[in-house]
Design a protein around this ligand. Structure first.
Ligand SMILES: [Ca+2]
Ligand SMILES: [Ca+2]
Length: 195
């Protein structure tokens, strides 16, 4: 009886092909995992920027020059204390479904992934300017190479019978997802009462 020891060329090729497919699958999985973990880190930085800026604006004095000089890009409005909704929150001039008060881009936000600092003129604080505020938190974080998370802030004056009673700030932080380049954001409303 005859049998061969070792492998034939065909067997070797098949084995190598199988190994190649396994490695390609593993590599694709690894790349996906890296993208998802990067997305999670960017989301973490986004949460931090919103928290840092809300805390900062809450504590900065109302009569600080930068606050006093903040030129509102939204008409003075009123907020309903029962629903916590403000009149300027219903303005959506670029028609993308995001109220401009929380919208850092004039136009469809997904189109700005390759031009992220080209923000809307209605921002008071932008990723490239902290509006002369004293000791402000950062306006952007670099999470990885070419992966940045940004913050933008809008401001409106709150009035009652024609008198200023406070200021409203729309704080938005955002990034473009490393998995699909889609715009992801988190916004909050902060109201500062005039002392
Ligand atoms: Ca909008
Ligand atoms: Ca927009």
């Amino acid at each position: 009886m005859r049998y061969s020891k070792g492998f034939t060329i065909i067997e070797l090729l098949v084995a190598m092909l199988i190994l190649l497919f396994v490695m390609l699958g593993f590599l694709a999985g690894l790349l996906n995992y890296m993208r998802f973990s990067l997305d999670a880190r960017m989301k973490g930085a986004m949460d931090k920027l919103v928290k840092d800026w809300s805390g900062y604006l809450e504590n900065v004095p109302y009569n600080a020059t930068a606050i006093a000089n903040a030129s509102p890009s939204f008409d003075s409005g009123a907020c309903d204390p029962t629903t916590n909704q403000c009149s300027f929150e219903s303005i959506d001039s670029d028609g993308d479904g995001i109220p401009d008060f929380y919208d850092p881009y004039n136009g469809n936000n997904n189109n700005f992934w390759n031009n992220p600092t080209s923000t809307a003129p209605w921002l008071w604080v932008s990723p490239t300017s902290s509006a002369g505020l004293p000791n402000p938190p950062p306006t952007n974080y670099t999470v990885a190479e070419r992966r940045q998370v940004y913050v933008g802030i809008t401001v409106a004056t709150l009035t009652q019978s024609g008198k200023e009673i406070g200021k409203a700030f729309g704080i938005t932080s955002w990034y473009f997802s490393p998995t699909n380049r889609q715009y992801k954001y988190e916004s909050t409303l902060l109201i500062k009462r005039k002392p």
